[in-house]
Unconditional design. Structure first.
Length: 114
């Protein structure tokens, strides 16, 4: 995305929950993941692709068996694509990415069961 930054979205941007840590370790992983799950459940965001369903990200992260865990979510309010990434040895990543950057083979996950 070039030019002026997009206006803050009350749906996807507001899902980011900060912790008391120093950047880049200032994201509350559990609270942010929960906020994203709430938005998906409410139909305000949609899981597009990921290593596992969003509801399984924290369990996989806690298992310490995969170095990185990523999820791509589409926001129904601003139409941007959100990248949510966890790393067992690094800082989490919460950023908007261009839809064209969605990796090949990472197709629509479709609806997830509750």
């Amino acid at each position: 995305m070039t030019g002026a930054a997009a206006a803050e979205c009350p749906t996807c941007d507001a899902a980011l929950v900060r912790s008391g840590g120093a950047p880049p370790h200032d994201i509350d992983i559990a609270a942010t993941t929960n906020a994203l799950q709430e938005r998906v459940a409410a139909g305000r965001m949609r899981e597009v692709a990921g290593d596992v369903p969003l509801v399984d990200m924290l369990d996989l992260f806690a298992a310490d068996t995969k170095y990185t865990i990523v999820s791509y979510l589409a926001c129904s309010d601003c139409d941007r694509l959100l990248f949510w990434g966890l790393c067992i040895r690094g800082a989490p990543i919460f950023k908007h990415v261009d839809h064209a950057l969605l990796p090949p083979g990472r197709g629509d996950m479709g609806p997830t069961s509750s």
